[in-house]
Write a protein that binds this ligand. Structure first.
Ligand code: 3PG
Ligand code: MG
Length: 396
C-alpha cells in the first residue's frame, strides 16, 4: 500500500520510537475512556516480541509549546501500565540527556513513556531541530497515531523523514479499514453524515458525493438542505445562508450519480431538552414555533432500506439530537440496523469521529461495526479526501 509495516523493518536490538495517540478523556485525574490506550497494545507487544525496545512519544491536550503540569503524560502512565500489563518508565522530558538516560536504563520489556511532545514549541511547527533531537533517541520510527495524522508535527511527520519509518498495527488497521470503505470499496456504498452544521462539513459532503452511491444526511445539517429546497423548518437549527451551497451539493451529487437521502418525516418539539413534548410530522410540515430534533420513523425505514441494499457503510455524525432522549431514536435505530447487517455478514461498516462513536456506543451498536476509528479530526479530513501529513510521511 506504499508504506512499510512492522513486518518490513528490522527491530531486533533496536530502540523504536513509537508515536502514539493517548490523548484520552480525563476527569478528576482519572482516564474515563481507555480505548486509545488499549489499541496500541498490539504494536507494543509486536515490537517487544521482535526484540525491540519501545519508547512512546505522544501529545496530550493543547499546551501550546509550554510546560503545563496538568497536561503531563505522567498522569496517563498508570492507565498505560494497567492496559499494557508492563512496567512503564515515565520520563519528564521528551528529548535530551534525561530522555536518553531513561531509555538506556529501562529493562528489556519495559515501556518508556516520554513527556508530552507539545511542551516544546517546535512540535506543532514541525521544527526540524526538534525532530532531529527526537531522532537521536532511537534507531527506528513507528507511527501508530492515525488519529493525529492530520497534524504535520515534529513527532508525526518530521521524524518519519529522519529514521527508517513504518506504520504500527493500529495505523495499519485504520488505513486498511478506510481503504475498504472509500478507497476501493464494495459497492454500493452508503455514507451517513450527520451533525449540526453544513458549514463545518462542506468539504466532506463535496468529496463524498463524488465517491459514494448514497448519501444520508441527518442532524441539524439536514434542515439546511430542507431550507435549500424551499421547505420551512420553523425554529429548527439551520444555516439559512448556506442554502445556496446546499443546492450546489445537491447538483454535484446529481451529476455524480449519488442519491441524497433527506428526512421525509421529522420529530418536532418546542423545547430543546430531554423528554420535551414532541410530535412526528412530515418533513415539510414543521410548525413555525417548533424545531426538528430527530428524523422520523419513515425516514429511518428508508435509511434501513438503503443499508440493506448496500455493501459498504461509512458513518460520521448522529441523525438527531442524540444526547437528549428520545431524540436519539433515529440514530439508535439506524445504528442497530447497521450492526445487525454487519453481524450477518451483509455489510462492511466503518465509523469515526468523536460524537459518532459515542452515539454508536450509546446505541449498543459499536462492537458489531466492522471498524470503529479512534480518530476524530483525522477521520474527517480523510473523508474529505485530504492528504494526512502523518500518513504521507510514511510513504516517502
Ligand atoms: C485528537 O484527539 O483528535 C487527536 O489527539 C489530535 O488532537 P488535536 O486536535 O489537539 O491535534
Ligand atoms: Mg481534535
Amino acid at each position: 500500500m506504499g508504506w512499510k509495516t512492522l513486518d518490513d523493518i528490522g527491530l531486533a536490538g533496536k530502540t523504536v520510537l513509537v508515536r502514539v495517540d493517548i490523548n484520552v478523556p480525563v476527569e478528576a485525574g482519572r482516564v474515563t475512556d481507555t480505548t486509545r490506550i488499549d489499541k496500541i497494545k498490539p504494536t507494543v507487544e509486536d515490537i517487544i516480541a521482535r526484540g525491540g525496545r519501545v519508547v512512546l512519544l505522544a501529545h496530550f491536550d493543547r499546551p501550546k509549546g509550554k510546560v503545563v503540569p496538568e497536561m503531563s503524560l505522567g498522569h496517563i502512565a498508570p492507565a498505560l501500565e494497567t492496559s499494557l500489563g508492563r512496567k512503564v518508565v515515565f520520563c519528564s522530558e521528551s528529548i535530551g540527556d534525561a530522555a536518553a538516560t531513561a531509555i538506556a536504563g529501562a529493562a528489556p520489556g519495559d515501556v518508556v513513556l516520554l513527556e508530552n511532545t507539545r511542551f516544546h514549541a517546535g512540535e506543532e511547527k514541525n521544527d526540524p531541530a526538534l525532530a532531529a533531537e527526537m531522532a537521536k533517541l532511537g534507531d527506528v520510527f513507528v507511527n501508530d497515531a492515525f488519529s493525529a495524522a492530520h497534524r504535520a508535527h515534529a513527532s508525526t511527520a518530521g521524524l518519519a523523514h529522519l529514521l527508517p519509518a513504518a506504520a504500527g498495527r493500529l495505523m495499519e488497521a485504520e488505513l486498511q479499514a478506510l481503504e475498504a470503505a472509500l478507497g476501493s470499496p464494495k459497492r454500493p456504498v452508503v455514507a451517513v453524515v450527520g451533525g449540526a452544521k453544513v458549514s463545518t462539513k462542506l468539504d466532506l459532503l463535496g468529496n463524498l458525493v463524488t465517491k459514494v452511491d448514497h448519501l444520508v444526511i441527518g442532524g441539524g445539517m439536514a434542515n439546511t438542505f430542507l431550507v435549500a429546497q424551499g421547505i420551512e423548518v420553523g425554529k429548527s437549527l439551520a444555516e439559512r445562508d448556506m442554502a445556496e451551497t446546499a443546492r450546489e451539493i445537491l447538483g454535484k451529487a446529481e451529476a455524480a450519480g449519488c442519491t441524497i437521502h433527506l428526512p421525509v418525516d421529522v420529530v418536532v418539539a418546542r423545547e430543546f431538552k430531554a423528554n420535551a413534548e414532541h410530535d412526528v410530522v412530515a418533513a415539510n410540515a414543521c410548525p413555525a414555533d417548533a424545531m426538528i430534533l430527530d428524523a422520523g420513523p419513515m425516514s429511518v425505514a428508508a435509511i434501513v432500506k438503503v443499508f440493506e441494499a448496500s455493501e459498504t457503510l461509512i458513518w460520521n455524525g448522529p441523525l438527531g439530537a442524540f444526547e437528549l432522549t428520545p431524540f436519539d431514536t433515529a440514530t439508535n435505530a439506524a445504528a442497530k440496523s447497521a450492526a445487525t447487517l454487519t453481524r450477518e455478514g451483509k455489510l462492511i461498516s466503518v465509523a469515526g469521529g468523536g460524537d459518532t462513536v459515542s452515539a454508536l456506543n450509546q446505541a449498543g451498536a459499536a462492537e458489531d461495526f466492522t471498524f470503529i476509528s479512534t480518530a476524530g479530526g483525522a477521520f474527517l479530513e480523510w473523508m474529505e479526501g485530504k492528504e494526512l501529513p502523518g500518513v504521507a510521511a510514511l510513504m516517502a
